[in-house]
Design a protein around this ligand. Structure first.
Ligand SMILES: [Zn+2]
Length: 372
């Protein structure tokens, strides 16, 4: 049986969906869906998106598009991607009344593995007719295997931060679930100087496409023969294991978190935090981030949010730096501050100084923002 998949970026155009903490649902769901589309292509799973840009789609057009592509049968999987709002934290998966919970369970498990809390996976009935699904995309995709994935709450700061930093991991969790569900071999996303062998590849074409000779490629990977297997991970540059920016590492046989942390001048705790690892276990081929991909501020920079009653002098004093250094780091031309303003604390600040957090303070720890 051929299975087609539909990553659906919900909302779009004049319908932005929910928003909060710098997240606009229609934009983030488009990024998530685009990511899924690319990764499903990588894995050889045929798929289409209902929209590929910021397009307004009326509710009736969206299921119409899925059926226009692949029809109404149960060999089509529809994944409707959403961001939640309304207070709460964590992901939710909703599946159609006609379907079993197997796909939802897989998605929930794989989302949990990213470090995101999964509140529940469930079905919801229309109050006026309990034989029908509550949600339009489940109700109007008659025989398709349809799920709605709510990745987290835009209006909950901790969830929003998680979404901004981990949306690719969350999308990958669904890709992995789809591959498992369909029975297609899953290979993790690899970037940088490695290549994952696909059907039809030869050493010769891989070498040529990467500017190497066959001998260089074999040497680089300690290959004794020309045999390749699908899914095999090959180094394609002498700068082993990591890409040019040195921000990812592919786990090899014999690696430990400790050894990797030491090699890249970081700590086991930091690696676990960046990668949302709950244990020290690694698997071969696993991709570890070496740096957090924070959006607003680099990890090494401390930031401070101005509160009522603050002055430049008070803040500078708190971090053991001069007012001038603080102004310079933030390109401030006057001493005026506004509440909620975000200040960069320059790295020469004395990290020994301890600031006691009071209720209502926002503190930044790396790329995670916590409201106390
Ligand atoms: Zn939505």
């Amino acid at each position: 049986m051929i299975i087609w998949a539909f990553p659906i970026p919900a909302h779009g155009g004049e319908d932005p969906g929910t928003s909060g903490n710098g997240i606009v649902e229609k934009d983030l769901t488009l990024k998530i869906s685009q990511y899924m589309h690319d990764r499903l292509n990588d894995l050889g799973i045929e798929n289409s998106m209902t929209r590929t840009n910021d397009e307004t789609l009326s509710p009736s057009v969206r299921p119409g598009r899925t059926q226009g592509f692949y029809g109404k049968d149960n060999d089509v999987i529809v994944v409707s991607n959403h961001i939640n709002a309304g207070g709460g934290d964590g992901a939710e998966v909703i599946y159609a009344l006609r379907n079993s919970d197997r796909l939802s369970r897989l998605i929930s498990d794989n989302i949990s593995a990213t470090g995101q809390n999964v509140r529940k996976y469930y079905q919801r009935r229309l109050p006026s007719n309990p034989n029908l699904d509550y949600y339009y995309m489940l109700r109007e995709t008659p025989n398709n295997e349809s799920v709605i994935v709510e990745y987290g709450f835009a209006d909950t700061p901790a969830d929003a931060t998680f979404l901004k930093n981990n949306w690719e991991n969350l999308a990958e969790a669904v890709v992995k679930s789809l591959a498992t569900y369909i029975g297609v071999p899953y290979t993790p996303k690899v970037t940088g100087n490695v290549y994952v062998v696909k059907a039809g590849d030869t050493l010769w074409n891989i070498a040529r496409n990467n500017g190497l000779t066959v001998n260089e490629l074999k040497e680089l990977n300690n290959l004794k023969s020309n045999a390749l297997s699908i899914g095999q991970v090959l180094k394609i540059s002498k700068d082993t294991g990591t890409n040019e920016n040195n921000d990812e590492y592919i786990v090899k046989s014999g690696d430990s978190l400790y050894a990797i942390a030491r090699k890249y001048n970081t700590t086991v705790d930091e690696l676990k935090r960046i990668n949302n690892l709950t244990s020290n276990n690694l698997s071969i081929g696993q991709v570890l981030k070496l740096k957090s991909n924070t959006i607003e501020t680099p990890v090494t920079q401390n930031t401070y949010i101005v509160k009522s009653g603050d002055s430049l002098y008070k803040i500078a004093n708190m971090y053991g730096i001069s007012v001038d250094d603080l102004k310079k780091a933030n390109n401030l031309s006057s001493n005026l501050l506004s509440i909620g303003q975000r200040l960069i604390i320059p790295s020469n600040a004395n990290s020994e100084k301890v600031y006691t957090v009071k209720a209502g303070d926002t503190i930044f720890m790396g790329n995670n923002e916590y409201i106390i």
